[in-house]
Design a protein around this ligand. Structure first.
Ligand SMILES: NC(=O)c1ccc[n+]([C@@H]2O[C@H](COP(=O)([O-])OP(=O)(O)OC[C@H]3O[C@@H](n4cnc5c(N)ncnc54)[C@H](OP(=O)(O)O)[C@@H]3O)[C@@H](O)[C@H]2O)c1
Length: 333
């Protein structure tokens, strides 16, 4: 193999505890040991990457570091019998981009156990339109379905709806017939959410009740919450009898002020989502659904493409809660 160096984003700590980001040349020798070397064609930007790119030690302990929890590309070398040079593959989460150099570099080297063969009917670029965010939306949806929430059960509330996880939750739920009510802080993006399939769009203030009542009128059969805090607390208290609420994010707050009444009087299930350590069988099942019955038509509507050099500004936008849909990062070439 001729390639010895490749381009990557590197986040470094400088004087005063500050962190800088630069695009630089890295060597294959800088990558950790692992069974599968992948030439990355596309990555994508997630909220967690924003944290890693700004020195958040809860995500990345050691710097200098290359973030990127998502990567899709082609196997270049493999010590595993499961993968061969030329295989198109997806690698998302586990430790990628956290303490293992991630998808914001043109090569990654990872354990074979992290690698998913690209499903038929999905291109590398399409897989990164979804990335960890779309996959997480898929996990939430599959969990709601496992809890018996069907399109007939009633409306589904999705919070952080213009974000990566939220926008895919809206689009995929609507695609298979659910009535989706989208919560957003960007009411000027109402039409974007309607076009994705939302039946109604409500503001964050409409989705936040501070009355202190333990139970509110039951409105939602299911909830995909991506923000936490008061919106999640309100959603739980507004969920109908035997409804289910998935919880995956904390962009609003990690706190949850509720009591046990929604659980013991309404039988509501609160389902935690951890995509990072999600078992491979559930992961592959979700990718198969994404590639087939949940495949969103016209993915370009909710994605934009940027180069490694253009990624810096996109990182600032996602951390400010201003991102709409998903940003795909093109690395090949
Ligand atoms: N548990 C897991 O496995 C897992 C996997 C993936 C992501 N996550 C987490 O899920 C969350 C969403 O990830 P993402 O990639 O979708 O992020 P994102 O693209 O930045 O979207 C988050 C959205 O939340 C809303 N928001 C931002 N600040 C808010 C605030 N202060 N109060 C209420 N809403 C706010 C915004 O949407 P609106 O303007 O439309 O309200 C924003 O677009 C993050 O916390 C991320 O770490 C967890």
């Amino acid at each position: 193999m001729a390639v010895k160096t490749f381009k990557a984003m590197l986040v470094e700590e400088v004087k005063g505890g500050k962190f800088i980001r630069k695009i630089t040349q890295r060597s294959l020798d800088d990558l950790p040991e692992g069974e599968v070397l992948v030439k990355v064609h596309y990555s994508s930007l997630n909220y967690k990457d924003g944290l890693s790119a700004t020195g958040h030690r809860g995500v990345t302990k050691n710097y200098p570091h290359t973030p990127g929890v998502d990567a899709a590309g082609v196997v270049e070398q493999s010590l595993s019998p499961s993968f061969h040079p030329g295989d198109p593959v997806i690698v998302t989460s586990y430790d990628l981009g956290m303490n293992t150099p991630g998808g914001f570099g043109q090569y990654i080297r990872v354990p074979a156990a992290w690698v998913v063969p690209l499903p038929d009917n999905l291109s590398l670029r399409e897989s990164m339109a979804y990335g960890s965010a779309g996959l997480t939306a898929g996990f939430c949806m599959l969990k709601l379905q496992e809890h018996g929430i069907t399109p007939e059960t009633g409306e589904i509330l999705v919070s952080g709806a213009t974000g990566g996880v939220g926008s895919f939750a809206v689009a995929m739920l609507a695609l298979v017939g659910y009535q989706v009510v989208a919560v957003t802080g960007k009411m000027d993006e109402k039409q974007f959410l309607i076009d994705l399939g939302a039946k109604r769009v409500i503001s964050r203030s409409e989705a936040t009740d501070t009355s202190g009542k333990p139970l509110l009128k039951g409105r939602w059969a299911g909830v995909v919450d991506t923000v936490g805090g008061e919106i999640l607390a309100t959603a739980i208290r507004s969920t109908k009898l035997h409804g289910a609420v998935t919880c995956c994010g904390n962009v609003a707050s990690p706190d949850l002020h509720i009591n046990v009444y929604p659980f013991i009087l309404r039988g509501i299930s609160l389902i935690g989502i951890n995509s990072q350590s999600c078992p491979m069988t559930f992961r592959q099942r979700t990718w198969e659904k994404i590639a087939n019955e949940w495949k969103v038509p016209d993915l370009d509507r909710q994605t934009s493409l940027c180069s490694l050099e253009q990624l810096d500004g996109e990182i600032d936008r996602i951390l400010a809660g201003k991102q709409k849909g998903r940003v795909i990062v093109a690395l090949a070439g």
